[in-house]
Design a protein around this ligand. Sequence first.
Ligand SMILES: [Mn+2]
Length: 463
Amino acid sequence: MFPASTYIQRRKELSEAIVNGIIVMPGNSDVACNNKGNTYRFRQDSTLSYFFGLNEPDLIGIIDADQGIEYLFGDNIEIEDIIWMGNIQGIQEMANKAGVKLTLQRSEIQSFLNKAISSKRKIHYLPPYRGETIIEMQDWFGVKLPDLIRNCSPELIKQVIEMRSIKDNQEIAQIEEMIGVAFDMHTTVMKLAKPGTSEHELAGIIEGIALSKGNGISFPVILSMNGETLHNHNHGNILQKGRLLLTDAGSESELLYASDITRTIPIGGIFSQCQKEVYQIVLDANIETIRLTNPGVPFINIHLAAAKIIVSGLKNLGLMKGNIDDAIQNGAHALFFPHGLGHLLGMDVHDMEGLGEDNTGYDNNFKRSDQFGLSYLRFAKKPKPGFVLTDEPGIYFIPPLIDLWQKEKKFIDFINYDKVQKFRDFGGIRIEDDILVTANGCRVLGKPIPKTVSEIEKIMAGC
Ligand SMILES: [Mn+2]
């Protein structure tokens, strides 16, 4: 945990910004996997963790914004808990760590809320996303799911996003530590990706690294020769010499901060000339967009700058043609680059996505596009100093999409389908770094992970 003063300060800021009513923050509970006694690995709710720092199940934090009083609801430890779980903390001990003075038993939550409801106090809560929490909250407020969601507090969503978007030095240190773990994960893949090895084995080894050095992976490992499938969690292939291997993986710290890194490497250790040419386009897009990112420029413009580098590179290779700006404006590049350049990163790998993607990445000045490709851009607005974003351009050859567009004669003025068809076994390339927006630019966080052609070939050669 950070010092209690961090959480006290965060709650104070929130309480002052919300002004009226009570803020209810349910933490997560254990979730049954195949039976009640065999649960999934516990993952705390990020917002509860942000404001209270506690990583135990079955807690509820309440902040009374009118009176500036905070409560922590949880249970005392019984002898049975000690027998089965060891010397775990009771609610009072947890409250002390979080700097909260008042504790109540979890069984008292309903009567506490009933009082607030009957005196018509404003109740603020964030959109619930877990079945267990939803069921419980339906009881608390006597409403069904649609109303439960409808009654979420826009004011609380806005304030939590505002606070969590700006990372302080303690949070940056956590993210950088997790990029250090991602360094180990990705360089391990680089060293072990020999022809004949299975994807499954590599995925398991790097997940183990994340578990041995933190709280595990920050999202399910993406590791595949079929890197053109953007979120490919199928690890069923045996590595073949000459193919590319895309790995998108990161780890999560005990305080729940994430890293999210992608590297693409040649199986066998040497890029072919063709792979090298496409790789270099993606790398140029990655490096140039990092150079361009700063608080004065909307991130959508940086995304479009990546698209421009990709289109002009593909034009040089004869895969695209025509006017570059027109191709981008019409969305023709999305055949090769169908996703957004990046997203916020923090305690969630897509930070605060549960509070609404448009609430985190868009504002009054930026509305989400409905154009294929651009519509997947998760973050479009101007970033502020302290924002942590990913920068992850890519080029993919997705055979079903190529065939569909060719059949529809889509963008025939911009795409050389005959040439593109020759790349249908190419796979995909993505290069992803985590960046911190500063007062006048940005910096790549963490220990640099090999990403140039020569750096990757060198480490794969065992140097
Ligand atoms: Mn990412």
